[in-house]
Ligand binder design. Structure first.
Ligand SMILES: [Fe+2]
Length: 190
């Protein structure tokens, strides 16, 4: 798998105008796919959205969810961005990169068991997906504005809780995440 393959699998990368940010975003996905062994497990789209709260046969994958969150966040920005920038700075590229990557840590937290069913990784209890995702993003050179979104988007799992959501970009991603999550969770409870 290459960066080009990631662009084809996740075409929302094309919404990022800064070529360096776009490439680093795709490289972070590639890093997670390789570390998590997802090529061997059948592909990045085999990584579950969640393990424990959703039915095992939920058709929405983690990748599907990240793409939906990016689509929602982009549309929110495109409706509100001009106004948001009259209040304070809000960066479209940061919103999109943060939305795309916000759950990339799930590629490290989740796996498939011997029967191909969604399962938690061996170190699940030690490192949640926010921490893993922030580590991957930081390690691949994403700016702190994007790492912050990845680290803080989950109110349940962010290390410092809701107070850590300090940027407008992080707020847009968090709320887009809730819309995309609830749309699936209402239909596919465990
Ligand atoms: Fe999410």
């Amino acid at each position: 798998m290459t960066v080009q393959d990631i662009y084809e699998l996740i075409p929302e990368h094309n919404e990022i105008s800064d070529p360096e940010l776009k490439r680093k975003c795709a490289e972070t996905f590639l890093d997670a796919v390789r570390r998590g062994g997802w090529e061997e497990k059948g592909g990045i789209d085999k990584c579950p959205l969640q393990v424990g709260l959703l039915a095992d046969d939920c058709p929405a994958s983690g990748l599907d969810h990240m793409r939906k969150v990016a689509a929602i966040a982009t549309r929110v920005y495109d409706h509100l961005g001009e106004w948001l920038n009259t209040i304070g700075k809000c960066d479209r590229d940061v919103v999109i990169a943060g939305a795309l990557l916000h759950d990339v840590g799930k590629l490290m937290c989740y796996t498939l068991d011997e029967n191909g069913k969604p399962a938690k990784a061996a170190d699940y209890a030690m490192f949640n997906h926010c921490v893993w995702g922030a580590y991957l993003a930081k390690n691949n050179g994403l700016p702190d504005s994007v790492v912050h979104i990845v680290l803080t988007h989950s109110l349940a799992q962010a290390p410092e809780g809701p107070k850590a959501l300090i940027t407008p970009e992080a707020r847009i991603v968090k709320n887009s995440d809730h819309i995309a999550w609830d749309s699936v969770a209402v239909h596919w409870p465990k």
